[in-house]
Design a protein around this ligand. Structure first.
Ligand code: SF4
Ligand code: SF4
Ligand code: FES
Length: 547
């Protein structure tokens, strides 16, 4: 057979691959998601190559000599011949799974649902059942104690198969490093913190380990992976602006658990404690289930018809007596865009006033206005995925690991991998621990600090002159004012050593691609709009737009 560029042969059929693609990802694409059994592989974790269940045979010529290789961490080699289901491979996979099952609780295996328990699914896939296990019972780990100390997490390590998926999820996805493997050989075991109970460890209840575990050895109190949900509905989390996609599992119209889909670009199989576990409010006994009307000073339950009549009468009366401008409406960021649109339409078109506001204005209008003034649009110029590609992240007035945990975890991961991190915040937030530059300014002094950064960028000659000449206007006036700044005064206003600000400014301006993040610590100040404009100025003076 003639070989073309970026092509290989899978079971003697020619297929094309992408440079750097692993054999497993090629086979999943060509032969189907479940074509090759895997145990230690998870799509949002780095390939690990420990279980070898995914092994395939790879040779250099058709039906020639081959080598067995783990497909999950082996890159595809141009022109190679890959065989996926030979007799040798079937035997190897069976043997591996059989060995794993010698130390797995029999009763649990019988009860496990192969749709949710990946070990059972793989066992059935390779054609082995508990009754096929040939080895005599010897020492095992089946009497390990269950850890139920944690409010959300559970560990029954008698069902652990030492695949490291939980540990890798905690490290690579959440960046919390709570779980580790201790002991050698037969004593090898997953442990929490410094051999603590789950509760005493530093676990932040993100649930990444529970979602990653293929056997339910680590799970959560909702048994998210093994419960008997009858329906799963894809939705979007309403807690914060990250917009995690969630798979909501239901049974008899009740939510029984939530997991994070791996194919969601924004959260890639991860979400936080709130998105994953804080869902009971929807059915809380104290939740309002009918309108309340205050009668004789007491809030009293009313029917919807009664409530609508009451609202209509009151609005009519107030409008007749005082005019439509005596009425105002306020809506919420908790509502959908469509609901907010309808609310303003109702207030404007039906009531007849422009007195309509939304709670999001307080938090976000400084961003929208500041960016509108700087760029002509209030929309962000980067997306979260750019965290993977940026060389420098500046976080100002935001605490993402708490307020937007999934994005916060991504920033943390990038910082740990060497991306420069500048944190500007009066509080020593979690990200400050990972920061190369932590500027702990006095509250309310963002404008002064950003002006100092601009001053040092100009002083060091780090402006992007090409970008400034071609893409900005009013630069000469702007720079005159920056050069006139009294740095002594700025230093005493911010309380931050000028050398630290200078170093951070140089790091930001000299990074090939820098990205900035701001939050309510910027916008919920009287100077919020100006601060946003200064953040935009920093991006423009260094040409960090459109990269
Ligand atoms: S729940 Fe999250 S933080 Fe806790 S151990 Fe699991 S992965 Fe780590
Ligand atoms: S607890 Fe689960 S994910 Fe962690 S090593 Fe054991 S089987 Fe693998
Ligand atoms: S899935 Fe490839 S080695 Fe485990």
């Amino acid at each position: 057979m003639e070989k073309s560029v970026n092509s290989v042969f899978v079971n003697n059929e020619e297929v094309h691959f992408e440079q750097g693609q692993t054999i497993l990802s090629l086979l999943k694409k060509e032969l189907g998601e479940d074509s090759i059994p895997t145990l230690c592989d998870v799509s949002n974790l780095k390939p690990f190559g420990s279980c070898r269940v995914c092994s395939v045979e790879v040779g250099l010529e058709e039906d020639g000599p081959t080598k067995v290789q783990a497909s999950c961490h082996t890159p595809v080699m141009q022109g190679s011949h890959i065989y996926t289901h030979t007799e040798k491979l079937n035997r190897l996979r069976k043997n591996i799974v059989e060995l794993v099952l010698t130390d797995y609780p029999k009763e649990k295996f019988a009860a496990d649902n192969p749709k949710q328990n990946e070990l059972k699914k793989v066992a059935l896939q390779v054609g082995i059942d508990m009754s096929d296990v040939r080895y005599l019972p010897g020492a095992n780990h089946l009497d390990r104690q269950i850890d139920e100390s944690h409010p959300y997490m559970r560990a029954d390590l008698s069902a652990c198969i030492n695949c490291y998926r939980c540990i890798r999820a905690c490290d690579e996805v959440q960046g919390e490093f709570v779980l580790t493997m201790v002991g050698r050989g037969f004593e090898n075991a997953v442990t929490m913190g410094m051999n603590d109970s789950f509760k005493e460890s530093d676990c932040v209840s993100c649930g990444a380990c529970s979602q990653a575990c293929p056997t339910g050895a680590i799970t959560d109190v909702f048994d998210s992976k093994t419960n008997d949900a009858t329906e799963v509905t894809r939705t979007i989390c309403t807690y914060c602006g990250v917009g995690c996609n969630l798979d909501v599992a239901t049974k008899e119209d009740q939510i029984i658990s939530i997991t994070a889909p791996y194919d969601a670009e924004v959260n890639e199989g991860h979400t936080c404690l709130k998105g994953r576990y804080a869902f009971k409010f929807y059915d809380h006994p104290e939740r309002l289930r009918s309108p309340l009307i205050r009668k004789d000073g007491q809030l009293t339950e009313a029917s919807w018809d009664e409530a609508y009549d009451y609202i209509i009468n009151k609005i009519k009366l107030i409008r007749e007596d005082f005019g439509p401008n005596a009425i105002a409406g306020i809506s919420s960021a908790r509502c959908t865009n469509e609901e907010n649109y309808l609310m303003q339409k109702f207030i404007r078109a039906v009531v007849g006033t422009n007195n309509i506001d939304c709670c999001a204005r307080v938090c976000h209008s400084p961003t929208a206005l500041g960016m509108q003034r700087a760029f002509g649009t209030g929309a962000a110029t980067n997306s979260v995925i750019d965290i993977k590609y940026t060389d420098c992240m500046m976080v100002i007035g935001a605490n993402p690991t708490v307020a937007h945990p999934v994005t916060g975890a991504k920033i943390k991961q990038a910082a740990m991998k060497g991306t420069t991190l500048i944190v500007i915040d009066p509080r020593e937030i979690e990200l400050a621990k990972y920061a190369d530059h932590f500027l702990q300014l006095r509250p309310g002094t963002n404008v002064a600090l950003l002006n100092m950064m601009l001053y040092y960028i100009v002083e060091e000659g780090l402006e992007d002159k090409n970008f400034i000449d071609n893409r900005t206007e009013g630069y000469d006036d702007f720079i005159k004012n920056i050069k006139k700044l009294d740095i002594d005064a700025m230093e005493s206003i911010t309380g931050v050593d000028r050398n630290k600000v200078r170093a951070a400014a140089i790091a930001y301006a000299s990074a090939p691609n820098a990205m900035s993040f701001h939050g309510l610590g910027v916008t919920e100040h009287s100077q919020g709009t100006f601060t946003v404009q200064l953040i935009a100025d920093l991006a423009m003076i260094t040409g960090n737009i459109g990269r």
